[in-house]
Design a protein around this ligand. Structure first.
Ligand SMILES: [Zn+2]
Ligand SMILES: [Zn+2]
Length: 302
């Protein structure tokens, strides 16, 4: 009880003070939440986004939903430091600030930026097509960002995105990055019928797993998240909500965290409902360290 009060207070302070910069440096490895909310309009929570800090640099960005762009600025992260961007799926609350991040990024980046996303199916384009529809210099919605995909445009002769696709028909993890002592794998997860990826990062002897949106029905994810030092899962629906093809219930979130053996569970993508019963349901199964996420909150990984 006392512990959860402290966690709640920490979450409160991180929310009320989010107008100012909050850097996450000073740890060997740390996770910083850009947006701790879901798609609904929320005065305190941006939509989903996460930074993985290694030392003094933000090296990985996972998702960039609405509002995560300004949070990125508040963290003082630098685009040139990023080794990869991982996009979990094409729902707007995970992608809608991507164009904002790319606008001007060609001036700020110094080398091609790997950006990873899922393959497509009949309800979503593959990630390459998605980016082309946004940024293609001739047919994209943002033709002005054509250089992002390699078009030669005056004054923007700078590194393009290095687009990589993970085949979501694969049932085993796919390695998507291995450089500078940082290894990242991706695994398909069930989120209704929308192609969706979870990501696992290994660096400096610790591991972080970003679950993204999922209904929690694929046991492969438990293996994928096994013994993570930090597991981030989404608390998208209330305990009282009917079963969803999109999102796991709070009780299932707790069970998955427990079965994976995660040392710390961070709850993100928090919906707008009474959190107390939801967190109580998580705790019924999950007995490790628990953090209720807030925007700009920084969690050392250990
Ligand atoms: Zn979402
Ligand atoms: Zn989603």
């Amino acid at each position: 009880m006392f512990r959860s009060t402290i966690i709640s207070l920490l979450g409160f302070f991180s929310i009320v003070s989010n107008a100012s910069a909050q850097t996450c440096v000073g740890n060997p490895v740390a996770v910083q939440i850009l947006g701790s909310g879901g798609p609904a309009i929320n005065p305190e929570r941006a939509s989903a986004g996460y930074l993985l800090w290694v030392g003094a640099q933000a090296r990985l960005l996972f998702d960039i939903g609405g509002g995560s762009y300004i949070r990125f600025g508040q963290t003082r992260a630098k685009l040139a430091d990023l080794a990869m961007v991982g996009i979990s799926h094409l729902h707007p609350d995970h992608t809608s600030d991507l164009a904002a991040l790319m606008w001007g990024s060609n001036r700020l980046r110094v080398e091609p930026l790997p950006i990873v996303g899922p393959s497509g199916n009949d309800v979503a384009p593959d990630f390459t097509t998605f980016l082309s529809r946004m940024f293609d210099a001739k047919s994209g919605a943002y033709q002005v960002l054509g250089s992002t995909l390699g078009a030669e445009q005056p004054g923007t002769e700078r590194p393009r995105l290095d687009v990589r696709i993970v085949d979501v028909t694969k049932t085993e993890p796919t390695k998507v990055l291995d450089r500078d002592g940082i290894s990242v794998t991706a695994l398909r997860i069930p989120h209704a019928n929308l192609p969706t990826l979870a990501y696992r990062v290994e660096t400096r002897g610790v591991s972080v797993v970003f679950s993204s949106d999922q209904n929690g029905t694929d046991r492969k994810f438990v293996d994928f998240a096994k013994n993570a030092n930090v597991l981030i899962m989404h608390l998208a629906i209330a305990s009282s909500a009917p079963p969803s093809p999109l999102h796991a219930s709070p009780a299932l979130v707790g069970r998955l965290g427990q079965e994976a053996g995660a040392k710390r569970l961070i709850l993100g993508h928090i919906g707008q409902f009474d959190l107390d019963p939801a967190i109580a349901d998580v705790k019924k199964a999950y007995t490790g360290a628990l953090t209720v996420g807030g925007d700009l909150q920084c969690t050392p990984v250990q």
